[in-house]
Design a protein around this ligand. Structure first.
Ligand code: C5P
Length: 240
């Protein structure tokens, strides 16, 4: 099943490199090493613990990069709305929200300046046993599909979803849903670590993912630029 809008997203922007690093200087160094092999970056919780998080966002924008701010907002609707409204001023492309209908609606109602709100469906590090621990009785696919439908109904633009659930999302959720897929592992780098529901770039794209989030396979590569280029080549090949 092809992505929702295959022509609308340039192939080179489908790879989102997760900058899971302790401080902005390390993130900038990695971005500079990767160079033109990536155009889209994700910054999140770890970097947010260091001074200079928003200067890094501004710097990335100045470098012509797109930015996904992955802070998984989860709070009372009013607080989430205020956070999303403030983030809208920063020029980021994507942010993430977690939680029920009212929280997602608050986030969607507050977004501006092209910021898109993605709802977290089920973390890719969770499997069925983990979800049962959290009190969910259904299987992962059913939960992800239900959360995706609710996210769109709330006015969100898309979801973050593991590659394993993308095909079902594409088959059953409305086509305008943006699907961002983390837990991507290239074939030559099968280190899974804490991600339980992983997939190759090719299979995730074929299933219908719009964007792929890749962290450790690039960050921890001996040559991060070469690792990013290899994934870009795989994306280009998968899209034909
Ligand atoms: O290193 P790795 O490629 O596993 O990185 C995955 C990235 O995707 C991390 O930054 C993590 O926060 C993020 N993520 C995820 N599962 C989600 C949402 C985000 O793994 N459901």
């Amino acid at each position: 099943m092809p992505p929702a809008n295959p022509c609308a997203i340039p192939a080179a922007e489908r790879l989102i490199v997760a900058l899971d690093l302790p401080e902005p200087a390390a993130a900038r160094a990695l971005v500079e090493r990767i160079g033109d092999a990536a155009r889209f970056y994700k910054i999140g919780m770890e970097l947010c613990m260091s001074p200079g998080f928003f200067e890094l966002l501004d710097w990335l924008r100045g470098q012509g990069k797109k930015v996904f701010v992955d802070l998984k907002f989860f709070d009372i609707p009013e607080t989430v709305a205020r956070a999303v409204r403030a983030l809208s001023e920063r020029g980021a492309q994507f942010c993430t929200v977690h939680g029920n209908q009212a929280i997602m609606q608050a986030a969607a109602g507050a977004k501006a300046h092209g910021l898109k709100v993605l709802a977290v469906t089920a973390l890719t590090s969770l499997d069925r046993g983990d979800l049962e621990d959290l009190g969910f009785q259904c299987d992962v696919e059913t939960l992800v599909l239900s959360r995706a439908r609710r996210a769109l109904a709330a006015g969100c633009d898309g979801v973050v979803s593991s590659g394993l659930e993308v095909a079902r999302l594409r088959a059953e959720a409305p086509r305008e849903l943006i699907v961002v897929t983390p837990g991507i592992r290239p074939l030559d780098n099968r280190e899974v670590a804490d991600q339980k529901r992983v997939m190759t770039p090719t299979r995730a794209l074929q299933a219908g993912a719009d964007y792929l989030v890749v962290g450790r396979p690039i960050r921890d590569a001996a040559d991060p630029r070469a690792a990013a280029l290899a994934i870009q080549a795989e994306i280009a090949a998968a899209l034909g």
